[in-house]
Design a protein around this ligand. Structure first.
Ligand SMILES: [Zn+2]
Length: 193
C-alpha cells in the first residue's frame, strides 16, 4: 500500500487537491457553443497550463508583458504558442502596482528635469522658469489623478474581474470560455486588498 503510494505521488497529490471536487459540479455545466459537458474551471486550467510555458515565452512575457507584441514563437514550442494564445483568456486579473506608478513617475520626473537642464543650458539668459513652475504645479495633480485611477481599478474593477475569472469555465472540446454560477461547498473566499 505504501509502495503504491510512493509509485504515484504526483497523482495522489493531484487527486487530493481541490480539483477532485469539480467533476460532480461540472456535470450540470454545459458549453454554450458545443453543448459539451467537458468544462474546466479557468483558474485550474491556468495553473496547469502555466507549467507548460516554455522559457522563451516566459522571457518574452517578462520583457513585453502579456499585452506586448504578439510574436509567434516558431519551432518546436507548439505548446508554448498554443498557451500564449490562450493566456489572454485564462490569465487571472491583476492588481495595478503602486510601486510601478511611483517608479514610472520618478523616471518621468528625471527625464523632465534632464530636458529642462538641457533647455536651460541651450537658451540665452534670462531663462524662463515657466516650464519648471508648470511642472511643479501640474505633476502633483497628474500624480494624484493616476493614484485615484489605480485605486479605482484595484478596489472596484479588480474584485469584479476576479469574481468573473473565478466563475469562468473553459470548454475542453472547443475552447470556448463561458461564465457559470457554481455554489461550491466551501464558500469562495473573496480576494481582499
Ligand atoms: Zn465547447
Amino acid at each position: 500500500m505504501s509502495l503504491a503510494k510512493l509509485a504515484f505521488p504526483a497523482g495522489i497529490l493531484y487527486r487530493g487537491s481541490s480539483v477532485v471536487r469539480l467533476p460532480s459540479l461540472a456535470m450540470e455545466l454545459r458549453c454554450p457553443d458545443c453543448n459539451s459537458a467537458d468544462l474546466k474551471k479557468v483558474s485550474l486550467a491556468y495553473q496547469e497550463n502555466v507549467h507548460h510555458v516554455d522559457t522563451r515565452t516566459r522571457l518574452r512575457a517578462l520583457l513585453f508583458g502579456s499585452d506586448g507584441p504578439n510574436l509567434v514563437v516558431g519551432g518546436a514550442a507548439t505548446q508554448g504558442v498554443h498557451w500564449t494564445q490562450l493566456s489572454k483568456l485564462l490569465s487571472p486579473p491583476m492588481k495595478w502596482s503602486y510601486v510601478r506608478l511611483i517608479v514610472g513617475s520618478l523616471v518621468v520626473t528625471l527625464a523632465a528635469l534632464f530636458a529642462y537642464v538641457v533647455f536651460v543650458a541651450s537658451s540665452p539668459p534670462p531663462v524662463s522658469t515657466l516650464p519648471l513652475k508648470m511642472y511643479v504645479f501640474l505633476a502633483p495633480v497628474i500624480f494624484l489623478v493616476l493614484v485615484f485611477v489605480f485605486w479605482r481599478h484595484n478596489h472596484l474593477r479588480f474584485p469584479q474581474e476576479s469574481a468573473r475569472w473565478n466563475r469562468s469555465f473553459i470548454c475542453q472540446r472547443c475552447g470556448a470560455v463561458s461564465l457559470h454560477d457554481v455554489s461550491l461547498s466551501s464558500p469562495a473566499r473573496p480576494q481582499t486588498t
